[in-house]
Design a protein around this ligand. Sequence first.
Ligand SMILES: [Zn+2]
Length: 255
Amino acid sequence: MELVCDPSVASLYKSSPQRARVISEYWFSQNGYCLACDSDRLTRAAPNTRAMDFSCGNCGHRYELKTFTKRPPRSLVDGAYAALLERINSSSAPTLCLLGRDQSWQIRSLTAFHSSFLTPWVVERRPPLGEHARRAGWVGCNIRLDRIPSDGEIAIIENGRCQPKSEVRTKFKRFLPLEGLSAGQRDWTTLTLLAIRKLGKARFSLSDLYECEQQFAQAYPGNRHVRAKIRQQLQVLRDLGVLSFEARGSYLVVS
Ligand SMILES: [Zn+2]
């Protein structure tokens, strides 16, 4: 994997955002690989395809690429809210790839945010653009990176070093079975896993999680079945190999 981008590919472009897009997309087309299968090639999407920049010709997995010199810690501005939500609801959300680079286009990091954790709760609707805006009434969205559990954030390049491809794919493929669940179910899986990671315990009890009920209530105000949902998601996470069930009401974090 080449760890420097070639700015000359954007010599015909003047505006900085456009140049950044052309340069980073060219690099990704040459160096990106599929995380969901063993294909080493990704295909560029047709221009203006909604909520997708690249896809895998082998398995069809989708990717959206963003480039930064300084990564936003909490929230990422994305495109049209409705288009992304439609993809999420039809289990065709893209995996978000964040390319971190310095001013001379040396690549510092490439981080994938797993499509399975792109859920309705993670995608925040922004207020419509005001009536004087060029696209008055248009509704964009923010992707709340702080709502994605650490499991869904997978380093491909970290501190300027490529991570072994097989390890990256193993970490990624582990959560692919979630794509078989509805978007609403995945919301609860995401919330539950986030709560477990926040506990930071190797072993925890059901009552530890019930104490985090407030976090769930914020996402789903008025839901009267929070505890039942939590228990259901613990089974999902056990099936994924994240947890094992010990004695009644006690859980061991496997990895
Ligand atoms: Zn693939």
